[in-house]
Design a protein around this ligand. Structure first.
Ligand code: PLP
Length: 422
């Protein structure tokens, strides 16, 4: 077969873009060479519907061992007793949980998308908001933080069957113990979606959701630094509380409902090449090197937040406990869209983001979200974070001055090539 040079040239261009730029998108990271090697392996050729040793296809003896290793390593990493490593993505992991726990029309309560939540927690444009009855809690306008008394009042009012915590743009830790108490008062299942901070949680740098939450979902490609994918975990299995039965009329354990929620509920054959890459990433995440990495991610975010504040930027909630921060640009007379475009011109990648109580549309927004997971993998430290904030500030102040922007772009490119990517 002729080599598809068009695609490989574009991949080379993307590799160069990643090499010369400063990557601050909070949900991105750089997976290791061995993670990518597993993801690009012959395992992509194999069908393996089912679970290890319970497949609907022959020839699964080797992928069974690989998937079992991924499950065992995920359990070790998070202190879980049960894991499903098959979800193709974070959204798929959540879809499987919803399918396992709920009937169409059931009430759910999640963190508002416009306050930092995720689409899959009940947004009207997502399956979660279309098939179920979504309700939301948010942050306080003055503090930028969640008021758990208000979450409790809302839960008592709407009586959700699923209470969801976790976010895409919330820089503070979560009070899982309090949320479990709220869930218990209304008989809800408590789901924590730790897609963003899962690497920090795995290594004990943030509160442990598995101690209190019935079910935990995560992506594997953000702070966890694996391949793009999803994962579902439980510390303890439990009887499903809503009497969901098998077609034969038997009550089922939640682990069995969740396994079926993934396959055949929402997916077909698992991606064994990605599962192998997850196994590699979980092993990496158990290492001392990774522990040093997540400690540095957190330090870098804290220094970056302080530096933004020192330059007069308003961070929602005033700072960060994790790897990211959400910056309200209204006092700087900038929109998120203009910030994203301006920083794009100097090869600093961020994303525009709604801020709580935003009056602008999601296509414009009043904020930007930044995170330190990727730049920390690159090897950048505290002093570098300060330098990045100053480069951002200079670019934003000169958003209409192309020659200053060209100068900053050169500085960024010359600097980043000193931190080899692969
Ligand atoms: N949940 C949260 C909290 C997220 O931030 C994301 C992704 O940004 C997802 C779920 C969805 O993950 P994926 O893009 O892998 O479907």
């Amino acid at each position: 077969m002729k080599r598809d040079q068009v695609i490989f040239d574009l991949i080379a261009k993307e590799e160069n873009r990643q090499k010369v730029g400063i990557e601050l998108i909070a949900s991105e990271n750089f997976a290791s060479k061995q993670v990518m090697e597993a993801a690009g392996s012959v395992l992509t050729n194999k069908y393996a519907e089912g679970l290890p040793n319970k497949r609907y296809y022959g020839g699964c003896e080797i992928v069974d061992q690989i998937e079992q290793l991924a499950i065992d390593r995920a359990k070790e990493l998070f202190g879980a007793t049960w894991a499903n490593v098959q979800p193709h993505s974070g959204a798929q992991a959540n879809a499987a949980v919803f399918l396992a726990c709920l009937n169409p029309g059931d009430a759910i309560l999640g963190f508002d998308l416009s306050h930092g939540g995720h689409l899959t927690h009940g947004s009207p444009v997502n399956f979660s908001g279309k098939l179920y009855q979504p309700h939301f809690y948010g942050v306080e306008e003055d503090t930028g933080m969640i008021d758990y008394d208000k979450v409790e009042a809302k839960a008592l009012e709407v009586k959700p069957k699923l209470l969801i915590c976790g976010a895409s743009a919330y820089s503070r830790d979560w009070d899982y113990e309090r949320l479990r108490d709220i869930a218990d008062q209304v008989g809800a299942i408590l789901l924590a979606d730790i897609s963003h901070p899962s690497g920090l949680i795995a290594r004990g740098l943030l509160n442990d959701p598995l101690e209190y939450c019935h079910i935990v979902t995560t992506t594997t490609h953000k702070t966890l630094r694996g391949p793009r994918g999803g994962l579902i975990l439980m510390r303890e299995d439990f009887d499903n509380p809503f009497g969901l039965k098998t077609p034969k009329g038997e009550l089922r354990k939640m682990s069995s409902l969740l396994d079926s929620g993934v396959f055949p509920g929402t997916q077909g054959g698992p991606l064994e090449h990605i599962i192998a890459a997850k196994a590699v990433a979980f092993q990496e995440a158990l290492s001392d090197e990774y522990m040093a990495y997540v400690i540095q991610v957190k330090k870098n975010a804290s220094v970056m937040a302080d530096e933004f504040v020192a330059l007069g930027y308003q961070i929602i909630s005033g700072g960060t406990d994790n790897h990211l921060m959400l910056i309200d640009l209204r006092n700087k007379d900038l929109t998120g869209k203009l910030a994203e475009e301006t920083l794009g011109k100097v090869d600093i990648t961020i994303n525009k983001n709604m801020v709580p109580f935003d009056t602008r549309s999601p296509f414009v927004t009043s904020g930007m979200r930044v995170g330190t997971a990727a730049v920390t993998t690159r090897g950048l430290k505290e002093a570098d974070m300060k330098k990045i904030v100053h480069l951002i500030d200079k670019a934003l102040q000169n958003h209409d001055n192309e020659s200053v922007l060209a100068h900053i772009k050169k500085e960024v490119n010359d600097w980043m090539v000193q931190f080899p990517l692969y």
